[in-house]
Design a protein around this ligand. Structure first.
Ligand code: GTP
Ligand code: MG
Length: 279
């Protein structure tokens, strides 16, 4: 069943090889039936969105039509919004992957990555639909990937700026940055960026099981699978519409810490156990 599917941890390549669940394939089929074929040569720009009718149009309009000479195609993933997110996204020209029930940001993104892999898109980007990250400079974010110098790129507020004045959140960003840098033995500047881009090969290799606290999981899993990271300075804004889907700061910190440790154990310290599944 779709619900349990997002908890399982084989690599995305292995999931595709073993066959995706029928209800996910049905959502893919409805998407292409409603929107037409999505060309594999486009950069697929995923926007996970749950009840974001107030900001989604602005985010979609900021995605440039081309980046590094390639066309872009926005794909909003809406898993059961109760507002007009899907309708607003479609009228703004985006394709919308609609999942039957709410599964969390990580599951929504994983569905988008699996669509990109099945559709053979060479490059996939992702940006939050809440307006906090501005995708206008996608060209600069993805350039090192297209040129072959990086496999994973992300906007970094620590290289750029943040409007967030919540001291505890900012301390959390510092703490997790150091922890993930230590675990991966790689200089990481931001572990919870809402603006990222990937070479698809990497999306096939990673294992993703975090339903909500997903950003550190894909970062650690990608680096442990050999991804070369590029970080690009960006400005992180505060929300001006809608509400955060995350819990209070303390709980956020605990869940986020759990996601980091679970991924580190799985992909860094016990990775030999899973090696046979990563094909
Ligand atoms: N499809 C889908 N998207 C989600 C879900 N939860 C969050 N998102 C989207 O993921 C993006 C980031 O979510 P936020 O709730 O702002 O979380 P955050 O940016 O990590 O946390 P804040 O710093 O509190 O804003 C937004 O576009 C959300 O709509 C979900 O369950 N399903
Ligand atoms: Mg946010």
């Amino acid at each position: 069943m779709l619900e349990n599917f997002f908890n399982i941890t084989p690599s995305n390549n292995a999931l595709i090889q073993n066959g995706l669940p029928q209800d996910l394939l049905e959502s893919f089929r409805k998407l292409t039936a409603g929107h037409g074929e999505i060309s594999p040569t486009t950069i697929l720009v995923l926007i996970p969105a749950f009840n974001e009718e107030g900001s989604i149009q602005d985010v979609i309009s900021k995605v440039p039509a081309t980046a590094c000479g390639l066309n872009t195609q926005v794909l909003v993933i809406d898993d059961g919004s109760t507002d007009n997110t899907s309708r607003v996204a479609k009228s703004a020209g985006a394709a919308v992957l609609e999942l039957p029930k709410n599964l969390g940001q990580g599951a929504a993104l994983k569905a988008g990555y699996l669509f990109g892999l099945s559709n053979k898109n060479a490059y996939v980007a992702a940006v939050d639909g809440d307006g906090q990250w501005d995708p206008s400079d996608l060209d600069q974010l993805i350039a090192p990937i297209v040129s072959g110098d990086a496999d994973f790129a992300q906007g970094s507020r620590r290289l750029g700026t943040t409007e967030n004045r919540d001291r505890m959140r900012n301390l959390g960003v510092e703490f997790f940055t150091r922890l993930v840098s230590l675990i991966t033995n790689t200089q990481v500047g931001d572990t919870s960026s809402g603006y990222r881009a990937y070479r698809s090969e990497i999306l096939g290799m990673v294992r993703l099981s975090q339903r909500q606290y997903q950003s550190s999981e894909i970062l650690i899993s990608a680096i442990c699978n050999g991804a070369r990271l590029y970080e690009h300075p960006v400005k992180m804004s505060v929300r001006t519409a809608g509400a955060s889907k995350k819990v209070s700061n303390w709980k956020y910190g605990i869940y986020y810490f759990r996601a980091v440790i679970q991924t580190a154990i799985r992909d860094r310290y016990l990775s030999h156990i899973f090696k046979h599944e990563s094909a």
